[in-house]
Design a binder for this molecule. Structure first.
Ligand code: DOR
Ligand code: ZN
Ligand code: ZN
Length: 350
């Protein structure tokens, strides 16, 4: 990494290890925000219907490549959505033949488009065994969602009820605890073995539940896992800026486009942060006086965890104000990007 004091920062091109691109017109609209910055991205499979086999994944990859601007160098890393009916052989074939980069575990109804998710972890035990054997990573939306669990306790309960036994039963299964949101999760990841790592989003670093709910309710900060307490936010900021190799960049950019006539009555969880994510992360590292670890978090830790070569290309930031778009339109529908209208200190030289 090269930092020219107060002027320019150059790092290896980063990767985004957690992205929702959706499909069709939305895919075409949102993809360039990711592919203009990031060299590779792990693509979430929670489409409708979800991507549950090699054939659908391959077709989805082709649609992504067709939507990609011709001057962008970008590699989508495809994932398979696990269900109670997942065939372990399909997972094995998909991974060994480079169709699947990883498998994604959503528990049933834990977030958007997860009604086909896994109802009970035992339903996929054969698949987990195979994945451990072949070194295929398991990516988890780590929240328990039974009716009795409070929304703010879902992640911590997931650690006790699912993650801890999972690690005991499959000690060499590579697991990514996605978008962690609590201090308890941070501490758990730090203390566990090297087969467990975590992604952290810009929104969980920037905000806490007071930002979402105090004074006025800001629906565009509604996401899952829901924003937690200030102490959790503080622990996340400390973890990512510490240089610890177990934490890496995964934005969970999750676009939703609404046609709102006066008031949107139903707001789905999800924050479209691709237009601001890298500048938001940079701001956190600058404020924490940790610019020296920015490249590790953004461009090295994740690639190393996934055994990918580091990107050779570079990206340069210049100390020049950049205003994030207030609104992003697709036909008659609108989306509000993360930090819409805010001015960031740095701009990317494209
Ligand atoms: O807030 C979220 N939105 N969290 C998720 O896990 C899924 C995502 C989506 O797909 O909209
Ligand atoms: Zn998730
Ligand atoms: Zn996600």
């Amino acid at each position: 990494m090269n930092i020219i004091k107060n002027e320019k920062i150059t790092i290896r091109r980063p990767d985004d290890f957690h992205v929702h691109l959706r499909d069709k017109k939305i895919l075409k609209k949102v993809l360039p925000y990711t592919s203009s910055i990031y060299g590779r991205a792990i693509i979430m499979p929670n489409l409708t219907p979800p991507i549950t086999n090699i054939e659908e994944s391959h077709k989805y990859r082709k649609r992504i490549m067709r939507a990609l601007p011709s001057n962008h160098h970008f590699i989508p890393l495809m994932t398979c959505y696990l269900t109670d009916n997942t065939n372990p052989r399909e997972i094995e074939n998909g991974f060994l033949n480079n169709f699947f980069f990883a498998a994604k575990l959503y528990f049933k109804n834990s977030t958007n488009y997860t009604k086909n998710g896994v109802s009970n972890i035992f339903a996929i035990s054969k698949t987990l065994e195979v994945m451990q054997k072949i070194g295929m990573p398991l990516l988890i939306h780590g929240e328990i969602t039974d009716n009795d669990t409070d929304i703010f306790d879902r992640e911590v309960k997931f650690i006790d009820i699912i993650l801890e036994p999972l690690i005991k039963n499959y000690p060499e299964l590579k697991i990514v605890f996605e978008h962690i949101s609590t201090k308890i999760a941070v501490d758990y990841v730090i203390e566990s073995n090297d087969f467990l790592a975590a992604t952290v989003t810009p929104h969980h670093l920037f905000f806490n539940r007071n930002s979402l709910l105090n004074e006025k309710f800001l629906p565009y900060l509604f996401c899952l896992p829901i924003l937690k307490e200030k102490k959790d936010q503080k622990a996340l900021k400390k973890a990512v800026t510490s240089g610890n190799k177990k934490f890496f960049l995964g934005t969970d950019t999750a676009p939703h486009f609404y046609f709102c006539n006066k008031v949107c009555q139903i707001i789905k969880p999800g924050i479209f942060n691709a237009p601001s994510s890298i500048l938001a992360y940079l701001k956190v590292f600058e404020e924490m006086n940790a610019l020296k670890f920015f490249e590790k978090f953004s461009s090295e830790n994740g690639a190393n965890f996934y055994n990918l070569p580091l990107n050779k290309e570079k990206i340069t930031f210049i100390h020049k104000p950049k205003r994030i778009d207030k609104i992003i339109k697709i036909e008659k529908k609108v989306s509000f990007p993360f930090l819409a209208g805010e001015v960031m200190n740095w701009s990317v030289i494209l």
